[in-house]
Design a protein around this ligand. Sequence first.
Ligand SMILES: [Zn+2]
Length: 75
Amino acid sequence: MAKLCPICAKPLDLKNSGAGESAPFCSRRCADVDLHRWLSESYAIPVVEHEDEDGDNPALASPPSPGRKADPALH
Ligand SMILES: [Zn+2]
């Protein structure tokens, strides 16, 4: 079952033309077109992410003392 290039809708021929490099596109050119679309979209949409905000929580960094139950008062 042939896949279609999402850019130009041509059937992908993975056996020819080294299309595997630009998969899932039929060619490097179509891959570039898609990339430009993504870039222009990402410029238009403000993306606010806080990925590293709570990566290191000091409260969780120190391991609990062995043999001691967690004290709710410390929470
Ligand atoms: Zn294409």
